[in-house]
Design a protein around this ligand. Sequence first.
Ligand code: PEP
Ligand code: CO
Length: 407
Amino acid sequence: MTSLRTSRAQPRDDRSWRPQSWRESPAAQQPQWPDQAAADAVLRRVGELPGLVAGWECADLGRALAGVAAGRGFVLQGGDCAETFGTLSAIGLHSRCRLLSSMAHTVTAGSGLPAVMIGRIAGQYAKPRSSATEDVGDAHLPSYRGDMINAAAPDPGARRPDPSRMLTAYFHSAAAMNGLRLRPAGEQPVYASHEALVLGYEEALARFDPELGSWTGTSAHLLWIGDRTRAPEGAHVRFLSGLANPVAVKVGPSASLGDVLALCAALDPDRTPGRLTLITRLGAPAVAAALPPLIRAVRAAGHPVVWVCDPMHGNTRRTKSGYKTRDVSVICAEIRGFFTAHRECGTHPGGVHLELAGEHVTECVGGCVNPVAEDKVPHAYQTACDPRLSPAQALECAAVVAAELNR
Ligand code: PEP
Ligand code: CO
């Protein structure tokens, strides 16, 4: 462990941090706007508009996550892979929040632990992509990068990055955030989160909170860095390092122990419970061997992180007819492997991160109630990006969580 400790990057000097400091570091996956002056004008406008969340709300979530880090709660984070402007509706928000609540009830009834609900909602409008181009039917097109950047329609004009979409994303996020706030009195909050991918947009919504004496990323309560943009010396880490929000990082199979420790040092230099969530997405076959060394190294370095399992992104495959899908049995296998690893290490399995829909979609195969057969996948395949669990499939995952917490 000593060598791991010494390989840790030094914490950054926070006093030098500004919302624009990320511009000094390499920024992966940024949109290539055809007209930079137009993009700058949009971002100036976003910068004039009100923030979408308050610093004190983010601090509330931070306290809830500190409880989870200490073993006194469980995170249910979920929603669309990619939200779209056209599918934002009151009913859609309600059905996703209701599903998260039902999952929370299942987990709490089974384990006695309070659940912390966090939506991939109200800002999940930008997508990192592995390839600059993709094939849609017979067309070879620039990749869809989320409604904040371009449109999913399969024609080259729609795929051109359009900076005015950032303003549209802001207003849709504001409307959805308001929807999250309209929950019935007495119900637990659903916090908002998304991948902080487009750094110009996130910078425009970073606001100094004089009461807290710190900068808040006001685009969401919790912001995360994706597996493709988590370079410890990269711009995304630099940006999130200066925000007071609770933050998260996706950790995929290519992350080394050194990477993970460098991320912890950069994002949680003060070892604050609840400040940093590590969302592992290692794949069901790999989790048993890959997760325990990460847990032990992070614990040895003294970071009181929240460990969350994303059993979706390491387990994507294609059906014979070419649809991206995931098997519920494999998703549940990664969840069980995550719990086994934490039992082995004596640490708290803090939550799950799922892509789910409030409607009865047929994007993932399997499930014990009304299972989706592979040939039925095209019936209600509606996702703009990755395949989501249906409500029945998501509740099955919550039941697996409750059973594992009870062991
Ligand atoms: C996602 O959450 O949709 C995503 C792209 O995940 P990851 O960064 O883990 O690949
Ligand atoms: Co996804």
